[in-house]
Design a protein around this ligand. Structure first.
Ligand SMILES: *Cc1c(COP(=O)(O)O)cnc(C)c1O
Length: 381
């Protein structure tokens, strides 16, 4: 039964976007692993929506419908990873295309973009897009077809003013793509602010349980030629999310708004405590009034500032590693957006990106805030 149009995202998500099982009357959808679907004796498809699972599947359609509704978009495409979604955007660009990419973002995106553009002869310019003047100047000088930003960025938590970035991009005839992974569709809806395509690593907050690798693109305008190219490329090249992953994602998303609310509230609490702690040199969190991008974050984020925060430990690289090593509850692992808190020493992972040696990145989960604070407190020594 389709859900009413005017529901709050929390309600939509809790109902899995309305996906049920009409065959068994189960209140959750089934997992259908079939790769191929029957034709009748007249050779008509028994269910015209289903031919072969590289094209599409029921669980995939359910996830994409829910993602599009939560992002206030018109269509979504799910991919087997966030990077597959980003790669799909880059692959849709014509030969000779020009790209402005935000600097200091998710390392995998920067690395992929540099290598892809070099190989394909595309002109790539990286700029600190959290500075609107710098973005404007880069767009004026480079005349891009595509502007790609990430907000809040990883691991600096820099915020990009999406509305201004969209005006700037559109002013030079470029399309704006926003990696909104840290926000999930709950905290910001970049399409409503003028972005043309939203990208997500659904591996992170959208799934939220560190057990599915997935990505998504969402658009307002599915008839646009670039979106059509992306959709055709996914279909023909086969970068599609499998039915088990799609099913798990839909299940994870039932609690997405609740998780984001809790993670954001706890992250703010921890950021505030760290910000007044003499053992900490600096805290990067968009929810803190002292943060450079706080005003932009307040203007474009709703219901919280996300679960990602970074801070600088006083002392040396070894001091930061010692703090991380003493953590007992917060687990040492890459990734973010899961129900369990994770810690990372980003400089060890990307030594050449100018990330401070003393930077500790936390992905705050849904644990009791006091337990997390006690762990941080003892680890800071
Ligand atoms: C993890 C991540 C990606 C890449 O997503 P995968 O699902 O790991 O491929 C892209 N952007 C951001 C901001 C991320 O955190």
């Amino acid at each position: 039964m389709p859900l009413p149009d005017d529901l709050d995202p929390a309600t939509l998500a809790a109902h899995g976007g309305g996906a049920t099982d009409t065959a068994s009357a189960g209140i959750v959808p089934p997992i259908q692993p079939a790769t191929t679907f029957l034709r009748d004796p007249k050779y008509d498809l028994v269910n015209p929506a289903n031919i072969y699972s590289r094209d599409d599947s029921e669980a995939l359609r359910a996830v994409e419908t829910l993602l599009a509704r939560l992002e206030r978009g018109a269509a979504a495409l799910a991919f087997p990873s966030g990077m597959a979604a980003t790669a799909a955007v880059f692959r849709s660009l014509p030969n000779g295309a020009r790209i402005v990419l935000q600097s200091g973002i998710y390392y995998g995106t920067s690395k992929f973009a540099r290598e892809f553009c070099a190989r394909r002869g595309l002109a790539l310019l990286e700029v600190d897009a959290s500075d609107p003047q710098a973005l404007q100047a880069a767009c004026a000088a480079h005349d891009p077809d595509l502007v790609f930003v990430e907000t809040p960025s990883n691991p600096w938590l820099k915020t990009v003013d999406i509305r201004r970035a969209a005006e700037t991009a559109h002013g030079v005839g470029a399309r704006l793509v926003v990696d909104s992974t840290a926000c999930t569709p709950v905290l910001t809806q970049p399409l409503s602010l003028g972005a043309d395509i939203v990208m997500h690593s659904a591996t992170k907050g959208i799934n939220g349980h560190s057990d599915v690798l997935a990505g998504a693109l969402v658009t307002r305008d599915p008839d646009h030629a670039q979106w059509q190219t992306i959709a055709t490329d996914r279909h023909d090249a086969g970068a599609i999310l499998g039915p088990f992953e799609a099913w798990l994602l839909l299940r994870g998303m039932r609690t997405l708004p609740l998780r984001m609310e809790r993670m954001s509230a706890t992250a703010l609490e921890l950021a505030q405590r760290l910000a007044t702690d003499t053992r900490v040199a600096e805290v990067f969190y968009p929810g803190l009034p002292s943060h450079r991008g706080h005003d932009v974050a307040v203007a474009q984020m709703r219901g919280g500032f996300g679960g990602l925060l970074s801070f600088l430990v006083r002392g040396t690289r070894q001091d930061a590693l010692d703090v991380i090593g003493r953590l007992q509850l917060i687990q040492r692992a890459t990734s973010l957006g899961g129900v369990e808190s994770l810690v990372e020493h980003r400089q060890s992972i990307e030594p050449d990106s100018g990330i401070p040696e003393t930077l500790v990145r936390l992905s705050v989960g849904i644990e009791a805030p006091e337990d997390l604070w006690r762990d941080l407190d003892q680890a800071l020594g």
